[in-house]
Design a protein around this ligand. Structure first.
Ligand code: AMP
Length: 390
C-alpha cells in the first residue's frame, strides 16, 4: 500500500507534529553520538524551508512513566539548535495547557521540542489512555512519522495519533528511505542474496531467521546464538551463552552456515585466556565461546565475495571487548570491499562499522535494529501502517 509522504503534504502555515527518534546515547547529560538527530535533519529542514512550523516528539531511554531529569530531551533540543543554527524552544512536558499555548504560538519556521513522551504511561499504552493521544494530536495540524527506530511499536506518538489526521499523516524522508532500501530484500533481491545474523540471543531473532531462510541463498549465524545450535548438535558448550534448543528445532538447515571454528575464553573478560577450537570439538567446562575463529572468517569472506546482496544484523562476537571483535571487524572489512550491495540492519553492527569509519562503503545503514528486523519478518510496521493511504 502506497503511503502519504512528507512531500505530499502542504505544510505552508501548518504546525507539523513530527515524531522523530532522538533516543541518543548519553553519558552524564552529554550526547555521545548525535547520528539519530542528524538523520532527522532532512525532514526537519524541509518543513522549515516550506513555511511550516515544527513540533517535535520523541522518547529517550526508559523512564518509568514519570519525569526524570536524566531522560530529559533538553540536550537534544540544544544539539538540534546547534546543527540547524536556529533556536529550538523546549517544552516542560509533552501535553498540557502550557505546551498547548507554546504550540499555538508557533510562527512559520519555528520549532518546539516536546519533553520525553515516555514520562507518560499513555505513550507506550495508548489504548489505556486515549486522552493522552488526543492531547498530543491537538498540538498540530498534520502528522509526520520519521522515527524509523520506533516504527515497530504501536505507541501513541508512532501509530495511535495518526487516526486524528486521517488525510494528513505522512512518512518523513528517513522512513521513506528505509522502506526504499529494505523492501527490495523482500521482493526481488539480486542473487546470490546472503544474510548474516549475529548478536546475543536466538530467541529475539528466530522469527526473522525463519523468514530470511525462505528468501536467502545462505544465512550465516554468528555471535552468541551459535551455541544453542552447537548444544542441539550434542556438543558440550561449557559456559557459553545458550537458550532452549527447542527454539531452533523447526529451522530448515540446508541454507544455514555455522562457524567452523571459534575463539573461546576462560572468562567473560577482554584479558581472559583464549584458545581457538573447532566448532565440532567440546568446549571445556568453564570456558565460553566469544567470537568466530580465523578459519570461519576466511571461508565466509571468500563466500561473501560472490554475493550480490547482503543483509547483516548483529555482531559476530563480543565486539565490545577488543580481543573478541576480530570476527565482526574482518567481516565488516570484507563486505566494505566486496561488490555486493550490503544493508546493515541497525544496532551494534552499525556501531561497529562506524567505529571503523567504513560507513560510506555500505549501501545502507539502517537507523532501526528492531524495526528493520520486524520489517523483514512481517513485511510491514505499525508506525507505517497507521499513515494515510495515497
Ligand atoms: P543483539 O542485540 O542481540 O544483536 O546482541 C548484541 C550483543 O551480542 C553484543 O553486546 C555482543 O557482545 C553480544 N554477543 C555477541 N557474541 C556473543 C557471544 N559469543 N557470547 C555472548 N554475547 C555475545
Amino acid at each position: 500500500m502506497q503511503k502519504l509522504k512528507l512531500k505530499d503534504l502542504d505544510v505552508r502555515g501548518k504546525r507539523v507534529l513530527m515524531r522523530v527518534d532522538f533516543n541518543v546515547p548519553m553519558e552524564k547529560g552529554h550526547i555521545t553520538d548525535d547520528s539519530r538527530i542528524r538523520a532527522a535533519l532532512p525532514s526537519i529542514e524541509y518543513v522549515l524551508s516550506h513555511g511550516g512550523s515544527l513540533i517535535l516528539m520523541s522518547h529517550l531511554g526508559r523512564p518509568k512513566a514519570k519525569p526524570e531529569k536524566e531522560f530529559s530531551l533538553a540536550p537534544c533540543a540544544k544539539r538540534l539548535s546547534e546543527l540547524i543554527k536556529k533556536p529550538v524552544a523546549m517544552a516542560g512536558d509533552c501535553v498540557g495547557t502550557e505546551v498547548e499555548k507554546m504550540a499555538k504560538g508557533l510562527k512559520s519556521g519555528e520549532i518546539l521540542m516536546l519533553e520525553n513522551l515516555r514520562f507518560h504511561s499513555g505513550e507506550e499504552a495508548p489504548d489505556k489512555d486515549p486522552a493522552f493521544v488526543k492531547s498530543l494530536a491537538a498540538l498540530g495540524d498534520c502528522y509526520v512519522n520519521d522515527a524509523f527506530g520506533t516504527a515497530h511499536r504501536a505507541h501513541a506518538s508512532t501509530a495511535a495519533i495518526a487516526k486524528f489526521f486521517p488525510n494528513a499523516s505522512a512518512m518523513g524522508f528517513l522512513i521513506e528511505k528505509e522502506v526504499e532500501e529494505l523492501s527490495p530484500l523482500l521482493t526481488n533481491p539480486k542473487r546470490p542474496f546472503y544474510a548474516i545474523i549475529g548478536g546475543a540471543k536466538i530467541s529475539t531473532k528466530i522469527g526473522v531467521i525463519k523468514q530470511l531462510l525462505q528468501k536467502v541463498d545462505a544465512l550465516f549465524i554468528g555471535g552468541g546464538m551459535v551455541y544453542t545450535f552447537l548444544k542441539a548438535g550434542g556438543i558440550d558448550i561449557g559456559a557459553s551463552i545458550c537458550e532452549n534448543t527447542s527454539e531452533i528445532e523447526s529451522l530448515p538447515r540446508d541454507k544455514l552456515r555455522l562457524p567452523k571454528d571459534l575463539v573461546i575464553a576462560d572468562r567473560f573478560a577482554n584479558d581472559a585466556k583464549v584458545k581457538t577450537v573447532l566448532a565440532n570439538e567440546n568446549i571445556p567446562p568453564g570456558w565460553q565461546g566469544m567470537d568466530i575463529g580465523p578459519q570461519t572468517i576466511q571461508e565466509w569472506s571468500k563466500e561473501l565475495q560472490n554475493a550480490a546482496t547482503v543483509f547483516w544484523n548483529g555482531p559476530l562476537g563480543v565486539f565490545e571487548m577488543p580481543h573478541f571483535a576480530n570476527g565482526t571487524h574482518r567481516i565488516a572489512e570484507c563486505l566494505a570491499n566486496a561488490k555486493a550491495k550490503t544493508i546493515i540492519g541497525g544496532g551494534d553492527s552499525v556501531a561497529a562499522i562506524e567505529q571503523m569509519g567504513l560507513q560510506k562503503q555500505f549501501a545502507h545503514l539502517s537507523t532501526g535494529g528492531g524495526a528493520s528486523l520486524e520489517f523483514l519478518e512481517f513485511g510491514h510496521l505499525p508506525g507505517i501502517d497507521a499513515l494515510t493511504n495515497k
